[in-house]
Write a protein that binds this ligand. Structure first.
Ligand SMILES: *Cc1c(COP(=O)(O)O)cnc(C)c1O
Ligand code: SF4
Length: 351
């Protein structure tokens, strides 16, 4: 009943509306300043060009997301995630283009296979939002944008490795791809006997909730695989009524909802904010999955939180939440069999 109701509601939305929202996102800092009632000089110091700040990674802020930024507040945690700044120009020791050594786990264009049971498919190189802390901002996306013939190679690879039981659609943001293409990919994956689950890592339901439309829900609902959507939400203020509505629709299509966050200086580096995030997620039917420490990616050092500080915040967070709302604190260390859980060693006895 609920599904049908949502479905009908959805049909009333113009099919192309998410594409219009995608195309009309804010890309100009003067426009952003006037949208937020801020002085343009505060975003773009006099004498600097916008491209000087962007370090090769263009500004891109969809309007549904921009509308949740507090007007007149230069330190808003949502604004900080998307606003290019001079800090991106500072070179920092140890921060490099490919800290995860991903170029080595790229057996075929479009595929990253690092962990035995699951493989990651780069379903689209585009993103609806450009997060300034993005760990893939230097990724060779143009090489990872294969057409259907190249995908056939990816599916052959997956078919040949019976140890893989989960396919992860990632990117970029995989929901940037058209539903016809995603539905085709999902069908191909479902035809591989040892694949049980389809996981989608996306920021779309948060930054453009209108992306969760009838076309997307139709192929998801029809799919025989179990479905997991991992959202990327870093701050409770990113969740509004429209986002909750989109998440409800995904749940009604039998999708399990999880969230991963990145611990970011000046955004969510406080136990109170993270606890509020977990509570807001659970209220929206989402379970916290990971809290990532940042990767050492060039141009993002100003977001970095040291491990010792992260552990202090994490300890305080645990005291505020039931265990099931505490995300796992992890970091990615190249050439390991999984993400690495960061924990305090008891009394330092094992160090
Ligand atoms: C992070 C990642 C995964 C998923 O890891 P989980 O711990 O299962 O969430 C899979 N493949 C690649 C290449 C990854 O970077
Ligand atoms: S949505 Fe993800 S991949 Fe895209 S810019 Fe943001 S962090 Fe990077």
């Amino acid at each position: 009943m609920i599904t049908r109701f949502n479905h009908q509601l959805n049909k009333t939305l113009p099919e192309e509306s998410w594409k219009k929202l995608l195309a009309s996102g804010i890309q100009n800092l003067h426009e952003l300043a006037s949208f937020l009632n801020l002085d343009a000089n505060a975003l773009l110091p006099e004498g600097t060009q916008q491209r000087d700040l962007e370090a090769g990674f263009m500004t891109r802020i969809p309007l549904p997301y921009a509308s949740r930024i507090k007007k007149g507040d230069l330190h808003d945690p949502l604004l900080r995630q998307v606003l290019p700044s001079l800090y991106e120009q500072q070179s920092a020791t140890g921060f490099v283009a490919d800290p995860l050594d991903e170029a080595h786990f790229n057996p075929i264009n479009g595929l990253l296979h690092k962990y035995a049971s699951r493989a990651l498919l780069v379903a689209s190189s585009a993103c609806p939002v450009h997060c300034r802390y993005c760990f893939r901002r230097h990724f060779g996306y143009t090489d990872n944008n294969p057409g259907k013939e190249r995908w056939a190679q990816v599916f052959d690879y997956l078919r040949a490795d019976t140890g893989i039981n989960e396919a992860i659609l990632s990117g970029g943001d995989p929901l940037s791809a058209p539903d016809s293409h995603l539905a085709w990919m999902a069908e191909q994956l479902a035809s591989i006997p040892h694949i049980r689950r389809l996981r989608i890592h996306t920021r779309f339901p948060v930054v453009i909730p209108q992306r969760v439309n009838a076309e997307l829900l139709d192929w998801l609902q029809a799919l025989s695989l179990q479905k997991v959507v991992v959202l990327h939400i870093n701050h409770p203020a990113e969740i509004d009524g429209q986002v909750i509505h989109a998440l409800n629709r995904l749940k009604a299509a039998n999708v399990t909802l999880l969230n991963q966050s990145v611990l970011l200086k000046g955004v969510n580096d406080s136990a109170e904010v993270l606890a509020e995030l977990s509570e807001a997620l659970f209220a929206a039917g989402v379970l916290p999955y990971y809290l990532h420490l940042t990767d050492k990616v060039a141009n993002t050092a100003h977001f970095d939180i040291q491990e010792a500080e992260a552990l202090t915040i994490f300890g305080q967070l645990q005291a505020l939440l039931p265990g099931f709302l505490v995300p796992k604190l992890v970091r990615e260390i190249p050439n390991r069999a999984s993400k690495t859980i960061i924990a305090t060693e008891i009394g330092g006895a094992y160090s």
